[in-house]
Write a protein that binds this ligand. Sequence first.
Ligand code: GLU
Length: 341
Amino acid sequence: MKKGLILGVALLFSFSLFIGCGEQEKKEQEQVKAPVPQVEAKPKTSFITIGTGGITGVYYPTGGAIARIVNKKRDEYGIRCTVESTGGSVFNVNAIMSGDLEFGIVQSDRQYQAINALAEWKDKGPQKDLRAVFSIHPESVTLVAAVDAGIKNIIDLKGKRVNIGNPGSGQRQNAIDALTAVGLDYNKDMQAEGIKASESAGLLQDGRIDAFFYTVGHPSGSIKEATAGKRKVRFVTITGVDKLLEQYPYYAKSFVPYKLYPGAENDSDVDTFGVKATFVTSARVPDDVVYAITREVFENFESFKKLHPAYAVLTKEGMLEGLSAPIHPGAMKYYKEAGLK
Ligand code: GLU
């Protein structure tokens, strides 16, 4: 009897153990099946590069300003933005089209030409994937000449050594248009150089060129460098502007504000024509990336404006002007939300 009781207890015990095991297993299985507790998923990092211009221009600090604003929200958007110094507008359009760069700063006239298969893109055809994001500061076609070279008007460039700009730059075509408007052929009437703008100031100061063209926002480091040296320089009036405005829809009257460069031998603003710097991308860049950048620049507009004196004239509405490529849908989403479109 005693034995039977012991056996019974033992059996009961092992049975309950068995039951216990089964429950444990079930619990474990349930645990495996249970969804992983919800942790906010971090977006995967998108690495993007902005193509700019020479480091003494305004594009380079502009790329830096945009990158800084966007990188502040790295954890939210997962965007890691870097800036590259490049040969300028034409280089940037081509690098964006080939996928080497995601974004770039490009003169408004170059944007127009690229989308309409003009100038450098005449043979290549329209750059159909080019997309506009916003426009930024105004740029003036700036002609800087050594006083000792006796250049007082663009027409005086005849027979001189002139840097009209490297082939990847925006200014090269502007220089050619301005020269053509006054009847000068850059191939025949002068010794035209095709050197990067970042080298122009040094070449002028060293007496290796007499003048250079640079389409740039003001003030710019490179023009400061050119006007602060031993060799005296002046800004030269570009005449024939009305003719240029009639001929090309993307040019507007502009001037060089002489007061920004106390070293220059000018005592009034200098008439010329100009364009706008614009921020562009490719249709292949994802909407959320373009949306994030647009949003951050516009939502931080007041602090963005303070990042360079050339932005003093910016307005949000004005930043949607001067765009000829279709606006990227990511940017458009923000403009609609913000009531700007
Ligand atoms: N407008 C020039 C270009 O497209 C660049 C000016 C700058 O770097 O600020 O090449």
